[in-house]
Design a protein around this ligand. Sequence first.
Ligand SMILES: [Zn+2]
Length: 123
Amino acid sequence: MRRNITTTTNRKIQSKRMSDEVYKMRREIIDIIYRVKKLVPNMPRISVRVADNDDEVLGCATMKGHEMWITERSTSDLAVVLHEILHAWKGIEHDDNCKLMHPNKQLGVSDKELMDTFLTYTN
Ligand SMILES: [Zn+2]
């Protein structure tokens, strides 16, 4: 199965309606945001929605628009959430040479590597 992270302002994935279950998934995304905020206190508020799963897309964001959508299977996926934060906050484009900003999710990258890479974009 292809595991893509695709970003577009014409988003293809649908937000899920809030329910107790969706609220819990959203909470997982927000927990990652809190981890990031401890390291990068100047990160602005980013609005977060849980989206339906999609065959190709794991998440999307509006570039520098401070909003992102994470599919329900990816709500605790550090690689996906950090990737979308960089789109939503900084407008960082895809980079085939970057483990975090590659358009397809890269497997086998540790949380530490992901966070260290993230921090190189935020300074
Ligand atoms: Zn992307």
